[in-house]
Structures are given as C-alpha cells and as structure tokens.
Design a protein around this ligand. Structure first.
Ligand code: GTP
Length: 766
C-alpha cells in the first residue's frame, strides 16, 4: 500500500516529440563560443494536438509574433540536480561567473568567508549545503538561461520536486569518483516523473580515482539510461587539463586565471585512438535511438558536427538519451562547454508540452501554449519570506505577466494586482516591467499558497499538483519563555512555503507537533524560528511518523445513547470498515461513503458522521498515531426525533470506528528508509553487521576500487544514532544517506512493544 500521496494526482507533462522529424532543427555553427544558433523553424505541428486550442488565440509559429518566437527559441529553463556534495552550487557559481553575472568566484565553505552566491541563507553558508533552491538567470551568447539550484539532501526533496515541475530541462551532476549515488537515483526518479530531458555532467574530474566512463557504465546499468560521452578528458586527476569534443573533433582547454578563456586546439596525437573509439561508441548509442544517425552508421560514415548536435538534441528531448559532459567546476574546467550543451541539447519552452486542468470543463486536460500573446496562465511554485514581504516565484506558462496587471488565483477566485515583478538572482533581484511566456520570475505582495495557479481571470485552469511525500518524523516544539505571536506566525509561514512541513496540536497534551522529512529538515525550521523570528524553542525527542491501519474488513453497529436527565443524545450507526489502497485518481487512501437509504439516518446528520470519522482518523486506537488506508461505509442506523443531534452522530461514528478498528486485525505501519552507505572495503563486515542489527534488509552491494557501497531497507525507527555508529565503525570514513521508501507493517513483537509503551504513557497521564 502506498502512503505517498499527491494532492490531486499527477498529470503527465511530456516533451512533445512526435513532430520532431517534421519540424527538424537547422543549426548554424557559431564558432566564437561554440554554441550552435537555431535558425527559424516551423513547429506548427506541435500544437495541433487534440485538446490544446481552447485557451490560445495564438496556436502556432505562423500566428505568433516573430520577436516572441525568437525570444522563446533563445530561452532555457534548467535545473541542476544531483547527490549531495556533487558540486551543484560550485557549478552554478562558475556558470554565473562565466556568463558575467558575478564578478568574482566565492567557493562553498570558501576561506574568504563569503560563501557561494547561490547559498544565500546564513544557515546554508554555515553548513555548506543548499537548503532552499535559489533561482537565477544568466545570459550565454544571445541565450537567456533561468537556473534553479536545488538542494541535494533528501530532507529537502520537495525543493527538487518543485524545481523539476517548472523546468524544461536539467543538468544532472555526478561525481567522477562516486558515480551514481543514492540521491542520484532519487533525482532520476523525479526527472522521470516529470519527463524532464537531461544532460549529465561528470564533475570533480580533478579528483584521485576520477573515471567518467565508469560513471557512464553506472548510468546505463543502475539508471537504465542510454548514455554516451560527448567528450573525453585530456589528462586525468590532478593533470586534468581539458576535454576533447567528439562531435566537433576538437580539443578545448580552459586558460586564464579563472579558466575564462576557452582555447580550441587540435586533438593531441596520443588521444586520437581513444577519441576515435569513444566517437564510435557515441555513434552506436545514438544509432539505437535516432534514425538519421542509424543511416549514417550503416553507411559507415561519420556524422558532421551539425548532424551530431541535431541528433543528440532530438534524442535528449525525446527522453531517449542523455549526453555526458565532463569537467571540474572547482578547477574551472569544462563549464563553458556545459553551457553550450545546455543551449544545444535542452529544450526551449515551446518544446515542452505542459498540461493544465480546465475547472470550467470538468477538469478536462488542456495543453498550454507558450506564446506571450495568449491569455495568462502561471504557477506559483515557491514562496519565500523576502526582505520586502512574501516573494512568490512564478513560472509563466502562457501569456505575459505585467507589473500593475490584475491576475486571478484560480483556486480562491481572488483577483490581485501585481505590485512588483522581479527576476531573481539568488538573494538579489532586478525589477522588471513584464515577463513573457516561458519565463521564471517572482512577484511581491501576493498572498497565496505554493502550488496555486494564476490566470487572466477568464481561464479557470489549474496546473497539476506536485508530488508531496508523507512526513516520516515528528518533534514536539514549544517556545521558551513568554508566548510570542511570532511562534505561530513562523509555523504558518513555513507550512505555506513547504508542503512537506506539517504542524498540528495534539488535542490531549496541547503540544505543538511538527513533522517533516527528516531530523535535519526539522532542525532547520527550529533554527530558522530562532534566527528569523527571534523565538527560541525547546524540542522533544524525534518520533517516527507511524501510521495505523486495518488488514481485514470489520462490521460496526454502535449506539450512542444518553437519555437520562437533561437534553438527551441518541445516534445509531451501522456499516463496515474496509482496508483501502490509494485511489490512483484522487491520490487519497481514506474515504467515507454514505449508503444509507430510506432516511434511517436523516441526511442532515450525515456530514456529522463524516466528521466523526475524520476525528477518529487523527488518533489511532493502537498507539495514537494517524490512521490511513481505510474506508468507512455507513449503511444504516437510527435516529430519535428529539434526542438526536449532530454531536450525537459525530460521537457515535467515532466510537463505532474505534470498535470496528480493533476487530479489523489492526496493524502499525512504520516508514522504511532506503539507506545507502559508502565506506572503505575494510569496514564492509562491520557495516553490514550493524545494518543487520538494525533490522536492515540488504538490497545491493557494490565494490569499486577501495570502496564498497551497500543499499538496504531499514526501518526509520532503527536508524536513530546511526551517523555516530557509522563514524566510529569506519574511523570517520563512511558516509550514508537515506530516503523514505514506503510505510510497512512493523514486526509483531515491535507492535506489542509500541502498544505497551503507549499504554504506559497514557496511564501516566491519568
Ligand atoms: N575536487 C573537486 N571538488 C569540488 C568540485 N566541485 C565542487 N567541489 C567541492 O565539493 C564540495 C561540495 O560542493 P557544492 O558545490 O557545495 O556541492 P552541492 O552539490 O551544491 O552540495 P549540496 O547543496 O549540499 O547538495 C565543496 O567542498 C566543493 O568545493 C570539483 O570539481 N573538484
């Protein structure tokens, strides 16, 4: 049973590929910076898809403003995702430097104490990790690139999800030594979920043990991607000096103090054989996914640079191929060629079909048509508390967003004026008058929740929601000293910003409980509470987010009666409790169904029964954790002409639920984490022994050079204190990461233990 739910379920977002053969790209080579500029093309086939037309006045290039088309062709919205510490922030920093957006390079945890530009939160700079994704844009040649730097730590997965939702393409960064790591797999799943075309960048080519071809093998074997190197390295490890581009058949070296000069030279003689072999491999891989290259391959010819580029672009957009680039961000190598790859191989906004649901037409899916002349539709994909109030990040899917214009929040129907519009550059911003279709920017002073869709007011479109994982851990939280209104203000703000961060007040203990994706996730909010809202808090012990459910159906027949003295109470409910799997369409795994006929329970009491059901879900009978995976079917009942009331039926249903629950072979579910550990091989036995002790199920082990990687499924409840154990078991040389996999029933004896503990706790309260 899956307990990961999306709010409204997912709609496919796909790259429109069917028409690529007809709408072939023609490239002309621009030798100065090696980017290939796109000549005008006719893409009219793309939007003659079945359901797109309603909202668009402009549906194809022939009708569109040529200037708008030219702007769109030169626009890229990309995300940079990877396993933690692979160098995303460092890469982004270099991109900003080479594109002239920043004048100096400041490294992550750099000695200059400035920190990377993209890590703008104090906490990020201190910890050297990226927590919030920051948006920025850069110009490369005459291309505009919007970049979202995403965090790598699993606790911040929602940030990655959000970024991928609104981006058209992505760069997946891998470490040349560690290759495909646990988080790479998470990112891979996310990219597949949102059909995001990607290029791969093997970073840290300067590190000892760097081997990009081993990484490519892993992309093929572990992620099942058709991947091939578009470059080969010149020199290795600390002798790494540049790359040979297999498509242009030239060598490129970064020269100058900060690698700002990209020198093009002939391929060194000693690399000719290897380059030829790898070019052959590239052709072979492309031939498998592209007809034009297949023909060339059969004729034993070598594609021209243009043929290569067109084919790589086609296959990448078609999600059939990932080109692999390589370099060292830290040593300023290979970043300009990566930028060229971004503009050459990743789609512009018109090449990605984004779908919305038309609320006015029973949520019929409609394709959005990204021309600026069309009616406005945009998605608020991220909120941030900025220096000047709430900052709302917006992706414009069609139409134009103008400062001073009125737009409507489709969910609430509220019309708002856009007071201020900016383009983001990490914590800095630039005011703009308008943003066209396909752009990403931010608005000030707009009250909304993350995930809200805005339109011109006439269109009632809602964009598909984002995949929101269930929280796995919770903490009790209370402000130290005097109550401050800032406490609840901060909690409200954080919940609006982050759907994986949840807050509720335990009805009995009156404690505020926060839940999220991991200890670090929650710690960061506690810390932000202190720094940004001046509220110091104490926290309870982290608790695993258990769930309760039943495994077999059970009948209920319950009468709530209090008819002696004063106003009486009477309500009788009869029916069934049933186990329920997640409904694919709604994403829900709890439901209340009313099948009462003949008015045995008057219809005006049915909502009260449903409320009683919702009350019961909050606190399960076994250990007081929320109940999931359950349907309550109300079939019959009875009411009393005088004594029945909403309250009586609400109580009756809640009690009926609890009674039936205990008859339905109830079970406790716990979050199982997918844990991945890497350490030197000499510690393999100890590490695996440790995992066994923690009830881990080993899924895979892999040895590379002197390191082994083991992945295992381990109950989160058994992972407390693991980082300390791993550190001492591996002399500080082991690393681990974990990601939520699913909720699964706990073992019988664990269930007994948990119930005993809960009973004791409850008894102590009395
Ligand atoms: N040797 C070497 N180190 C690098 C390279 N790129 C980044 N690093 C280092 O790797 C560490 C992590 O780099 P970041 O850029 O913070 O990585 P990140 O992926 O953004 O990290 P998170 O945001 O925390 O996930 C830093 O100490 C960098 O200096 C590289 O090309 N070579």
């Amino acid at each position: 049973m899956s307990f990961v739910r999306s709010l409204f379920g997912e709609l496919p977002r796909r790259v429109n590929s069917a028409s690529f053969k007809k709408a072939a790209y023609t490239f002309s080579q621009n030798t100065s910076n090696q980017t290939l500029s796109l000549a005008p093309i006719n893409l009219c086939q793309r939007f003659q898809s079945t359901n797109a037309q309603a909202a668009a006045t402009v549906t194809n290039d022939d009708e569109a403003d040529p200037q708008d088309i030219a702007r769109l062709r030169k626009l890229r919205n990309i995300g940079i995702s990877a396993h933690i510490d692979s160098g995303k922030t460092t890469c982004t920093e270099r991109i900003l430097f080479y594109t002239g957006r920043i004048k100096e390079i400041h490294d992550v945890r750099g000695r200059d104490g400035v920190g990377a530009k993209m890590d703008s939160m104090d906490l990020e700079r201190e910890k050297g990790i990226t927590i919030q994704s920051a948006a920025t844009y850069a110009s490369w040649g005459d291309y505009n690139i919007n970049i979202i730097d995403t965090p790598g730590h699993v606790d911040f997965t929602i940030e990655v999800e959000r970024a991928l939702r609104v981006l058209d393409g992505a760069v997946m960064i891998l470490c040349s030594v560690s290759g495909v790591q646990s988080q790479t797999m998470t990112v891979d799943r996310q990219m597949r979920r949102y059909n995001v075309p990607r290029i791969s960048f093997v970073n840290k080519m300067d590190r000892a043990g760097a081997n990009p071809f081993r990484v490519i093998d892993q992309l093929r074997s572990k992620l099942k991607l058709t991947a091939a190197a578009v470059q080969i390295p010149i020199g290795a490890e600390d002798q790494f000096r540049g790359v040979v581009d297999l498509t242009t058949w030239k060598a490129y070296y970064n020269e100058g103090e900060n690698g700002e000069v990209l020198a093009e030279k002939d391929i060194p003689e000693e690399l000719m054989d290897f380059a030829t072999e790898k070019r052959h491999e590239l052709i072979e891989q492309l031939a498998n996914v592209d007809d034009e290259i297949a023909d060339i391959y059969l004729m034993e010819e070598i594609p021209t640079a243009e043929q290569f580029t067109n084919a790589i672009r086609r296959a990448t957009l078609d999600l059939k191929f990932t080109p692999v680039m390589m370099g060292s961000a830290f040593k300023n190598q290979g970043i300009q060629p990566l930028l060229n790859a971004v503009v050459n191989f990743l789609p512009d906004p018109t090449q990605v079909t984004n779908t919305a649901l038309d609320v006015a037409q029973e949520e019929k899916p409609v394709d959005l048509v990204p021309y600026s002349a069309n009616p406005f539709v945009g998605l608020a994909f991220k909120l941030e508390e900025g220096r000047y109030g709430q900052l709302t990040y917006m992706r414009i899917y069609q139409g134009t967003l103008k400062r001073g214009a009125f737009i409507t929040n489709v969910k609430t129907g509220k019309k708002i004026k856009v007071p201020r519009l900016v383009r983001m550059h990490a914590a800095d911003m630039e005011d703009v008058e308008e943003l066209g279709a396909g752009e990403i920017g931010a608005m000030f002073g707009v009250d909304c929740a993350s995930g809200d869709t805005f339109s011109d007011g006439a269109l009632k479109y809602t964009m598909t929601s984002m995949f929101v994982p269930e929280p796995v851990i919770s903490l009790s939280l209370s402000p130290m000293g005097r109550e401050s209104p800032n406490f609840s203000k901060a909690l409200n703000r954080f919940q609006k910003e982050d759907p994986t961060f949840r807050v509720h007040v335990d009805k009995e203990s009156k404690e505020t409980i926060i839940s999220g994706m991991g200890e670090l996730h929650l710690q960061i909010y506690v810390e932000r509470m202190r720094r940004e809202y001046n509220v110091e808090c104490t926290t309870g012990k982290p608790q695993v987010a258990f769930r309760e459910t039943i495994t077999q159906p059970a009948k209920f027949n319950y009468t709530h009666k209090k008819q002696s003295g004063g106003a009486g109470q009477f309500g009788r409910v009869m029916g069934n409790l049933e186990p329920m799997t997640t409904d694919e369409e709604t994403g829900k795994d709890v439901a209340f169904e009313n099948r009462v006929v003949g008015g045995n329970i008057p219809t005006n009491y049915i909502p009260a029964c449903e409320k009683g059901f919702m009350d019961a879900l909050e606190k399960g009978p076994l250990i007081g954790h929320p109940v999931n995976g359950i349907r309550m079917v109300l079939e019959d009942g009875a009411a009393h002409a005088v004594d029945s009331s909403e309250m009586a039926f609400r109580i009756a249903t809640k009690n009926a639920f609890q009674e039936a629950f205990n008859k339905g072979r109830p079970t406790i579910l716990e979050p199982i984490m997918n844990v991945s550990i890497t350490a030197p091989v000499e510690f393999q036995g100890t590490v695996i022994g440790g995992l066994n002790k923690r009830k881990g199920t080993i899924a895979d082990t892999d040895i590379q050079e002197d390191f082994f990687t083991v992945t295992a499924d381990v109950p989160l409840n058994d992972m407390f204190g693991y980082s300390t154990e791993l550190r001492s078991a591996t002399q500080g040389k082991g690393e681990f990461s974990m990601e939520y996999k699913e909720h699964q029933p706990v073992q019988t004896f664990v269930q007994q233990q948990l119930i005993e503990e809960y009973k004791k706790k409850e008894a102590a309260k009395k």
